[in-house]
Design a protein around this ligand. Structure first.
Ligand code: GLY
Ligand code: MN
Ligand code: MN
Length: 431
C-alpha cells in the first residue's frame, strides 16, 4: 500500500523539476470502448496514478509553479446518482479534499474555465504527450500565450525509474502471485490439452489472489509458436515432447511482474532441448550477476550477445568467427530482442534509456529491470541443426538494482532443469 504522503513527495519532486512560472497538466486515462456500448475494464493512466493514486476517469492533476512556490489541484468528476446507479460511486469533491493532500479539488467539468485562468501569463506548459507528439498542434491551439512546451511524461518517467520501499513491496507481492501461477503451470501442463488451458490457470490464480489482471496478455507458446515473440493466440494443442514458453505476470495494485519460464510439456527435457535451455539459462544467470550500480544496459546487452553467440557456435547453430558474427549482428536472427527493460507501474516502464543529450543512463539502486535472454529457432530454418528446429526459449527474471549489486526479485520461481523436473515429478506422484 502506498500512503498519501508518498504521492505528495512525488508531486513535490516533479514540481521541483519544472521551470519557474509553469503549469503542468496530467490527465486520467479515458474509458475505452470494447464494442458498441461495452467497455474494457478501466485501467488508470500510469503517470496520473503515480502522481495521485486516484483511480477514477475524467480527472486531471494540475501543478502551477511560480518562482519556487507551487500549488497542486485535482479535478474530479461530479457525483451523479443516475450514472452512479450503473457504474458505481464517485468519490466527489468533498471526499477527495479529505483523501488527497492537494491545495484544492475542483470539478473536472470546470477544467476548461479554470485552466485558462491557470495558464494566464505563464511561460511554460508541461503536458503528458507520452511518446505521441501528434497532440502538440491541438494543445498549442488551445494555449496560445504559452512560450514553451515540454513533455511532462519524460520527467515523470524519470521519477518512476527509482522505486521506493513501498513500490518494491508491491512488485514483490505481484511476483509472489506470479510465482504460484508459474509453479502450478509446471505441475499441471502434462495433464492439459490446449495452450489456453494454461492461460486460464494463470488468469484464475492472478484474480483469485486479488491481482487486478495480467500485466500484459499471457503468452503460452508451445513448440514453434514460441518463435513468435509476442504470441498471444494461445489456441494450439500442447504437444508431447515439445517445450512451452510461458511469459506471464500479474499486475497487483498497479505494479507489474514479468516472468518467462520455458518448460517441457511432458515434464522431461529431451537432450537437444536441454542443450539450448542450458545455454540460455547460463546467459540469464551471468547477466544477472553483472547487475550493479553504474553499469550500462548496453554493457549487459553486449555481453548477452557475445555469450549467446558463443553458445550458438558451440551448438553448431552459428558458424564462423565470433568477432564477425557480433560485428555483422548475425546472431540477431536468433536473438532479436533486448536483454531487458525497466519495469514498474507498466510492464515496460517508458523512461528513455538515454538522456536528451544522448548519454545512456547508468543503473542506479532502486531501478527494476527484467533480464530476459532468448533463442528462437524456427522449425523451417534449414540452417539450424535439425534436432534444434522448432525450439524457442526465453528465461526472464525481474531484478532490483541495490547499492551492493542486485536482488533477484523472482529468484524463487524455479528455472534450473533439475528443480523444474523435480517440481513436476512430485506433483505427478501426488495425483
Ligand atoms: N512480456 C513482455 C516482455 O517480456 O517484455
Ligand atoms: Mn519483459
Ligand atoms: Mn515477459
Amino acid at each position: 500500500m502506498i500512503y498519501e504522503k508518498e504521492y505528495v513527495l512525488r508531486r513535490k519532486k516533479l514540481a521541483k523539476k519544472l521551470s519557474s512560472n509553469a503549469v503542468l497538466i496530467v490527465f486520467s486515462a479515458a474509458q475505452k470502448i470494447r464494442s458498441n456500448d461495452t467497455e474494457f475494464p478501466y485501467r488508470q493512466d500510469s503517470n496520473f496514478y503515480y502522481l495521485t493514486g486516484f483511480k477514477e476517469d475524467k480527472a486531471a492533476l494540475v501543478i502551477v509553479k511560480e518562482k519556487k512556490e507551487f500549488k497542486t489541484y485535482l479535478f474530479v468528476t461530479k457525483k451523479d446518482p443516475s450514472l452512479e446507479l450503473w457504474t458505481g460511486k464517485r468519490l466527489g469533491q468533498e471526499k477527495a479534499k479529505k483523501c488527497f493532500l492537494v491545495d484544492d479539488v475542483f470539478y473536472y467539468e470546470d477544467l476548461g474555465k479554470k485552466f485558462s485562468h491557470f495558464i494566464d501569463n505563464r511561460y511554460a506548459l508541461y503536458y503528458d504527450f507520452k511518446l505521441d507528439y501528434s497532440k502538440v498542434k491541438m494543445i498549442k491551439a488551445k494555449t496560445k500565450n504559452i512560450s514553451a512546451y515540454f513533455n511532462a511524461a519524460i520527467l515523470i518517467e524519470e521519477l518512476r525509474l527509482i522505486k521506493s520501499a513501498s513500490e518494491i513491496k508491491l512488485i514483490k507481492k505481484a511476483l509472489s502471485i506470479t510465482k504460484e501461477a508459474h509453479h502450478k503451470a509446471m505441475q499441471i501442463s502434462s495433464s492439459l490439452k490446449y495452450e489456453y488451458e494454461l492461460q486460464a490457470e494463470f488468469e484464475y490464480i492472478f484474480k483469485k489472489n486479488g491481482a487486478y489482471s495480467d500485466a500484459y496478455t499471457t503468452i503460452v507458446a508451445c513448440g514453434n509458436s514460441a518463435n513468435t515473440l509476442h504470441y498471444i493466440a494461445n489456441d494450439k494443442k500442447l504437444i508431447k515432447n515439445e517445450l512451452i514458453l510461458i511469459d506471464a505476470g500479474c499486475e497487483y495494485e498497479y505494479y507489474a511482474s514479468d516472468i518467462t519460464r520455458t518448460i517441457p510439456v511432458s515434464g522431461k527435457f529431451t537432450q537437444a532441448q536441454k542443450e539450448v535451455y542450458k545455454m540460455v539459462l547460463d546467459v540469464n544467470k551471468t547477466i544477472i550477476e553483472m547487475i550493479r550500480p553504474n553499469i550500462l544496459r548496453s554493457e549487459l546487452q553486449k555481453k548477452s550477445e557475445e555469450l549467446l553467440c558463443r553458445g550458438m557456435l558451440r551448438l553448431g547453430i552459428l558458424h564462423g568467427e565470433l568477432e564477425e558474427l557480433l560485428e555483422e549482428k548475425i546472431y540477431k536472427k536468433y536473438y532479436p530482442h533486448g536483454i531487458g527493460h525497466w519495469m514498474g507501474i507498466d510492464v515496460h516502464d517508458q523512461c528513455p534509456y538515454k538522456t536528451i543529450r544522448g548519454d545512456e543512463l547508468r543503473l542506479k539502486a532502486g531501478m527494476v529491470m527484467t533480464i530476459e535472454p532468448g533463442i528462437y529457432l524456427d522449425k523451417d530454418d534449414k540452417s539450424v541443426p535439425k534436432k534444434y528446429r522448432g525450439i524457442g526459449i526465453r528465461i526472464e527474471d525481474d531484478i532490483l538494482v541495490t547499492k551492493e549489486g542486485y536482488e533477484n526479485l523472482s529468484c524463487d520461481i524455479v528455472k534450473d532443469i533439475d528443480a523444474m523436473q523435480e517440481l513436476i515429478r512430485t506433483n505427478s506422484s501426488n495425483q
